[in-house]
Every structure is written in C-alpha cells, then in structure tokens.
Write a protein that binds this ligand. Sequence first.
Ligand code: B16
Ligand code: MG
Length: 221
Amino acid sequence: MSKKGFIFDLDGVIVDTAKYHYLAWQKIAEKLGIEFTPHHNEKLKGVSRVRSLEIILELGKISATDQEKQLWLTQKNDDYLSYLTDIDSSEILPGVMPILSHLETLKQPIALGSASKNARPILEKTGIIELFDAIVDGNDVSQAKPDPEVFLVAARKLNLAPEDCIVFEDSEAGIQAANVAGMISVGIGDAKVLHEAAFNFPDFTHMDTAFIDGLLKKVKA
Ligand code: B16
Ligand code: MG
C-alpha cells in the first residue's frame, strides 16, 4: 500500500477549541466597541493570532499602537488559555478517533499542521500527541495560512511529496493553503464556506474509513 501523508489542522478539526478562540476574541471586540459575529469569525479561523487582531481592528476601523496591540494579544491568549485549563480527551471532536486509529492501523504517516502556538499542550492534554509522526504549529512557521508554509514543512518532515499529502481543514484560509501546496484538501465543516476544497464533510462522523482507503488507492496523475 502506498504511503500518503495525512495532515490535520487542530482547532475546529481535531478539537472543538474554535469556540474558545471565538469567545476570547469576542471579549476583546466588545471592549473596543466592535460588533463581532460568528460570520466575521469565519475569517479568523486558521489565521495567526496577530492577523486575527488586525482583521478585528479593520472591522472596527480602529488604528492602534504596537503597545496596545501587544496588550490585546496577551489578554486574548490569557483568556483563551483559561478555557483550556481542564480540557481532556472529551474535547476531541466526534468521529476523529476512529479515523486516526484507522490510519495508525494502516501505518500511514500522520502530521499536525496548525497555526496555533498552543497546539502542543492541547495535544498533550487530550492524550493524542503520540499519534503524530510530525508536528508543525504556529511556533515553527513565519507565514500564516493561506500561505502553504505550514503544510509544506509538515510534508517535508514526513519525507513525502506535497502531492502525496491530504489536508483536513475547517477554515477557508487552510483550504486555500492546502490547494496552493498542491495537496488534496478535505474541508471539515460548512461546504458553502469551504467550497474550494476537493472534498467536503460536515464533520468526521460523516467520513468512513472507505474514504481513507479510496485516497490510498489513488495513483499520481
Ligand atoms: P493561537 P488551527 C488556528 O489554529 C485557529 O484556527 C485560529 O483561530 C487561531 O487564531 C490560530 O490558530 C492561532 O492560535 O492564538 O493559539 O496561537 O485551526 O490552524 O489549528
Ligand atoms: Mg482550524
């Protein structure tokens, strides 16, 4: 059986932490008098912390000093981390474990490709860090999604060509990054938002192991 690299995004794909990012950004937006809805939040998914703040400030047409920005970034992250204090394996989204276990049984390489600088503690707390052959997160890259850097570094760490990698993503920016990298993009979430993905599933409970087996049978064009 051929080897493919299965690269998973973290927030909103493996764990349900996207909701905590939203709550923490909402508090900052509220403090600044900016209306911030779930619709606005879609643009923040998958992008870096710094870029997220810029998007919120653009939304409210607010200019700020570097010092103010640093303060709000720290406040946001402290608040976000407060939601993570007691997380455990129950935070893993439904349907994820059967797919990870299937890949492990097939001895297929698994990587993390996340924009988050908090990725490692989340994988540790949820007890799944050992399943990953490579971890690339916000501490390892300088370009944020939709730049493909995070996924290209993951492919390199797995010793696989980009076209032999499959990316699971819940964000528009992440799907674009996977496509630019020349990888197979699989959208997890709203198909309208993730319309640029090669495949789409509302969540992992809708994906069966036959889908994975089908990807493994695909030969290079
Ligand atoms: P942090 P992912 C991304 O993680 C989130 O989707 C995004 O909302 C967040 O701003 C970014 O991580 C940075 O996270 O503040 O923890 O460094 O979806 O790429 O796993
Ligand atoms: Mg995500």
